[in-house]
Design a protein around this ligand. Structure first.
Ligand code: OAD
Length: 232
């Protein structure tokens, strides 16, 4: 079976009703990155940051995977698939994808604020725990925080992601503006023989000399077109 890697971003979940970050009306227009997505922002106003992620976590219960997520899961019938996602939602899982690398963390998990990557203190939250409050403690006694990779923090799963991209026969990039590194640099690890597709309804600036087949469509329609091409 050929190895296929999907690299997804916020646009993957847009048709499920989750806002992207950098499009007009995107999340970073309403909530400055420095306030809600940096360790410094959390230090200055933990309550605001916890509320921001509590709201997004609770939103997960009212949204569902879209056709695009479902078609990504369907790729597993024909390929050995790894999904590398920058998204912190759980929509790829819920659509049935089996092998998912979350580069930027997961909304449904919480961790220690002293050592966010200490696996002993990373826990899956049940819906009754979706509201993290100031004073809630992680297993090491520090303030419990969302298991999210903030700007300025290391991206622990990037090395694993690189290894999968290096082995890919096909790389499919969906719904990411490729603004945020190291995720945006992953495509440069694709081997020379790999076919690279990019699905996005808008133009994406790609800083790579690789040949990329662009499908200028939303995630659902774009994935349908890709599957039709594969099955020809
Ligand atoms: P962006 O908001 O930067 O980019 C979203 C991309 O999705 C854009 O290229 C849009 O054109 C595209 N898009 C919009 N609607 C779409 C649709 N229906 N189907 C497919 N694509 C669509 O989001 P990301 O690139 O994911 O990190 O942002 C990367 C990281 O920056 C995020 O993981 C987050 C953010 O800050 C952290 O929070 C650490």
């Amino acid at each position: 079976m050929k190895k296929l890697v999907v690299l997804s971003g916020a646009g993957m979940s847009a048709e499920s009703g989750i806002s992207t970050f950098r499009d007009t009306g995107g999340l970073w227009e309403k909530y400055p990155i420095e306030d809600v997505a940096t360790p410094d922002g959390f230090f200055k106003n933990p309550d605001l940051v916890l509320r921001f992620y509590n709201d997004r976590r609770k939103q997960l219960m009212s949204v569902k995977p879209n056709k695009g997520h479902e078609l990504v899961a369907e790729l597993e019938k024909d390929f050995d698939v790894t999904v590398i996602t920058q998204n912190v939602d759980n929509l790829h899982e819920r659509a049935g994808s089996k092998h998912i690398i979350h580069l930027h963390g997961e909304l449904t998990k919480a961790c220690s604020s002293r050592n966010p990557n200490d696996s002993r203190y990373i826990k899956e939250l049940i819906p009754e725990e979706y509201e993290i409050k100031v004073g809630d403690k992680a297993g090491d006694g520090s303030q419990l925080r969302p298991y999210i990779v903030w700007f300025g923090e290391a991206v622990p799963r990037i090395e694993t992601a690189v290894q999968f991209v290096k082995q890919a026969d096909i790389l499919v990039i969906i719904g990411t503006s490729l603004n945020v590194y190291p995720a945006a640099g992953l495509l440069n690890y694709a081997p020379d023989h790999a076919e690279i597709y990019l699905i996005d309804p808008h133009e994406v600036q790609v800083s790579s000399s690789k040949t990329i087949e662009v499908i200028r469509k939303g995630a659902s329609e774009g994935m349908a077109e890709l599957l039709a091409r594969f099955r020809k």
